[in-house]
Design a protein. Structure first.
Ligand code: SAM
Ligand code: SF4
Length: 318
């Protein structure tokens, strides 16, 4: 469906849980997040109903995220159901990869198309530090398994963090040399209780070009992609730069977000949310509400005017 700013809105991101088995420093507050009671989280039948309605409005692509989507019980069944919906062309997942070794095959068989895996360092000790206890080996094994069952093309999401991983930029880029793996450097966003931590550790991803000037900019296959794309001269995979702050990609934004507790966000950086779960549980018809959300998606975000996201990323899903 075309919104009032001429954009084709065809992509829905669904956070299926705000729980996670890791505690990344920029995402999960030290004391954890306020536990959401089970009944506040969208049930799978509700997610399915919302997706069906969105499909009739032109949504073709879905991304499952979280929290960590693979810690939600029954996730394979949800993917199986969504992948069978007529009109859905792609179901992707963003995951920290720690449980992929166990689930990749089932996910593929259930209809998942591909995965983005978040990984901010290739060094064991640093991984343990940034995730507060995570084990790098599990993620690397998860990546291998995802490759094996062809949840491809695999994209690695690397959040750039000052004084933490700028020395590994070349190592990450090198992964794209011999394999069709995409590495995307994402700028830290000031979100929720960790706003100040992220502002202090923010690093513009222009540093990637400075460190690796041989990268060649290439045309993006997908104009709605928030990334600018590059390649090593003899590289097989792409290197993406995602600058939510220093470079706006609002004019091509094609996405709507559904939070784990049943709220719709038309813009990641806006605090405006529509409580769709409440309307559904009150027995209201949500068709027109969904139409209006898509139609009136904001033209652009106001991050550089000091607006920032108040909710934790775990509830929204990135
Ligand atoms: N647990 C899954 C994972 O880590 O991939 C999915 C959810 S996580 C919230 C989705 C993405 O958001 C991850 O790539 C993560 O690195 C990113 N993210 C979380 N907090 C962020 C922040 N403050 N700034 C930029 N990216 C962030
Ligand atoms: Fe968990 Fe993903 Fe947030 Fe890390 S970024 S704490 S893995 S939800």
């Amino acid at each position: 469906m075309i919104d009032s700013h001429g954009r084709n809105i065809n992509y829905l991101r669904i956070s299926v849980t705000d729980l996670c088995n890791l505690r990344c420093k920029y995402c999960m507050p030290e004391k954890g997040i306020k536990k959401t009671c089970h009944d506040e989280i969208l049930r799978f039948e509700e997610i399915e109903e919302i997706v069906k309605k969105f499909v009739s409005l032109g949504i073709k692509k879905i991304r499952i995220t979280g929290g960590e989507p693979l810690v939600r019980a029954g996730i394979i069944t949800l993917i199986e159901k969504l992948s069978k919906l007529k009109g859905i062309e792609e179901i992707a997942m963003t995951t920290n990869g720690t449980l992929l070794k166990k689930y990749a095959k089932e996910l593929k068989e259930a209809g998942l198309t591909r995965v983005n895996i978040s990984l901010d360092t290739l060094v064991d000790e640093k991984y343990r530090t940034i995730t507060k206890g995570g084990i790098l080996k599990e993620v690397l094994e998860g990546i291998s398994e995802a490759k094996k069952v062809k949840l491809t093309p695999i994209k690695l999401n690397v959040v750039l963090i000052k004084d933490f991983n700028e020395d590994e930029i070349m190592d990450f880029i090198y992964l794209t040399k011999d394999e069709e793996i995409d590495v995307r450097f994402i700028e830290l966003m000031p979100i929720g209780q960790l706003k100040q931590w992220s502002l202090n550790r923010y690093l513009s991803n222009e540093i990637v070009i400075k460190k690796v000037p041989e990268l060649i900019q290439i045309e993006s296959r997908d104009i709605s992609s928030p990334a600018r794309h590059y390649r090593l001269p003899d590289g097989k995979g792409n290197v993406g730069l995602i600058n939510p702050i220093s470079c706006k990609f609002c004019s091509n934004c094609n996405r709507i977000r559904l939070t784990a507790d049943g709220k719709l966000k038309a813009c990641l950086h806006s605090n405006n949310e529509i409580y769709i779960k409440g309307l559904m549980r009150d027995g209201k018809d949500i068709t027109e509400v969904l139409y209006n959300i898509v139609k009136h998606k904001p033209k652009e975000h106001g991050l550089e005017n000091g607006e920032y996201i108040e909710r934790e990323m775990t509830a929204i899903g990135g």
